[in-house]
Design a protein around this ligand. Structure first.
Ligand code: BDR
Ligand code: CA
Length: 311
């Protein structure tokens, strides 16, 4: 049976790749909706980018709903130094996407779809957690309806500050609500996502696939690799880890642990405090991904891109 998912995102090069992986023929996922949030760039640009990616990936019938334009409490903080001014620089995606966002606020769409479901929808947040937190606060009855939250965010170290990863740092108050909600969470933080680096040999393999989707992904990686130069061997494919896990969980190794989100520290705001050794004695709330099999990941990713048509 197909697994139903809602992707909550801020595309974003790696968000775009996550959508493309989910939409590919190797995926058994059914994308119920795509919701957008302020994150890498403003929510309007992220929404336009989601529509552009839908056009590329052939997601004609998937509704795209625009969500929160700012975090719950803190000021909006973007990551255009990583993804460019448009949020998806370096590609020649359509400037006039073929469809419009639906006329419904993403938070209301999340609530409506979850409440109408029989508990079989998995949420895939790959940007700041603002929409998910707002939905939980507005309608707490969605919590038992959530099959799983497979999210990209956090880690035992940071990339936005030494302690905090961007998606959590961008709206730590929202992340705290989600992590404390009681919904089952599977977390793909930097510990695992930095194990997926698109090194030059991977880029060559992608280019050789030679179909429009694979070529666009190669363009994305080429641009996005700029942000990783000097520090890592290639661009990290953070967000696609969530989708890879939903397609083939055997790629990852997970630990059921307690994770809390810091919202007060002068130096640690936005940190996910991962209790790997069980020292708090607190109830575990997260399946924490700490290792992945890179060969299996890349096999899946390349197969996904090969599954798109040549024209
Ligand atoms: C996360 O931040 C964003 O820039 C990426 O899209 C990813 O979701 C990585 O820290
Ligand atoms: Ca993202």
């Amino acid at each position: 049976m197909e697994k139903k998912i809602i992707i909550d995102c801020d595309p974003g090069h790696d968000d775009a790749m996550a959508i493309i992986l989910a939409a590919s023929a190797v995926s058994d996922l059914q994308i119920e909706a795509i919701t957008t949030v302020a994150g890498n760039v403003g929510v309007e640009k992220n929404t336009k980018n989601a529509l552009r990616v839908c056009e590329l990936a052939g997601l004609d019938d998937v509704p795209v709903a625009m969500g929160a334009d700012r975090p719950l409490i803190r000021e909006f903080l973007e990551a255009s130094h990583v993804h460019g001014k448009s949020g998806l620089d370096g590609t020649d995606l359509s400037e006039q996407p073929f469809k419009e966002p639906v006329n419904q606020y993403a938070v209301d769409m999340l609530i409506e779809k979850l409440m109408a479901s029989d508990g079989n929808i998995t949420l895939v947040p790959i940007g700041p957690l603002t929409n998910i937190a707002l939905a939980i606060r507005k309608e707490p009855r969605i919590i038992p309806k959530i099959n799983e939250i497979a999210l990209m965010g956090g880690g035992t170290y940071g990339n936005r500050t030494p302690a905090a990863e961007f998606n959590i740092y961008a709206d730590a108050e929202a992340a705290k609500i989600v992590f404390e909600s009681g919904a089952p969470i599977t977390m793909f933080g930097l510990d695992v996502t930095l194990q997926v680096l698109a090194t030059p040999d991977k880029l060559d393999e992608l280019k050789a696939i030679d179909n429009p989707v694979a070529t666009t992904v190669a363009d994305m990686i080429t641009f996005y690799a700029g942000a990783y130069q000097g520090q890592f061997a290639g661009a990290a494919l953070h967000d696609p880890c969530t989708i890879a896990y939903l397609i083939d969980p055997s790629i990852f190794e997970l630990d059921h642990v307690r994770v809390d989100v810091e919202t007060k520290g002068d130096f640690t705001y936005g940190m996910t405090v991962v209790d790997r050794n069980g020292v708090t004695g607190r109830e575990p709330n997260v399946n924490f991904a700490y290792h992945l099999n890179p060969d299996k990941f890349w096999q899946l990713f390349m197969d996904a891109l090969r599954s798109y048509s040549k024209s």
